[in-house]
Write a protein of this length. Sequence first.
Length: 200
Amino acid sequence: MLSLAVIPGLAGSATLKEIRRPPGAPDAVRIRTLAVGICGTDREILAGHYGTAPPGAQQLILGHESLGEVIDAPPACDLVAGDLVVHPVPFTFDGYPKEWAATLDRLAAMDARIIVPGHGEVLRDDTYILQLSDLFRSIVEQVEAELDRDPESSLDVVKSRVDIRELRAAILGDDTVDAGFFDYAMGFFIEFSYHEAKQR
């Protein structure tokens, strides 16, 4: 399979290379990659700032922000063929905001019974996916509406006028632990939405 590999700690070492699929263990879950992205962490690894190769390897394969479909799983596993494996935490620090909601809508349309995140609890329905889709779409629409009203609105003005309190409450409930990070991430999402809308 074609992979993006780096020598950790060495800036400019990224290469596209074919690697052999590792042999499967009897209790392994096989997953087919449907989509993969490069995030800010990967950019820092590409710049040689940090990263560690797996034991016995000299290179590290990038692209940990992914969506995959289970091909097969051992009988005692909670996963079955067709289940989706994804990271649902809204790390909205890059990308194209309009596409985020559309991608989540496509994910929900797959009607998976179980979604296994890279972090967090297993999702047994699409409630969280649809909440994030609604949140992202609302932000994009509010930002665009503000710039339609006044194309010269500054980022700070637009940020002050985007109201996500109701959607935030639906997602976070009374979770005060994650609230600060959520607000921080949404600030970036509003900023990316602003820059994307300015390019229309």
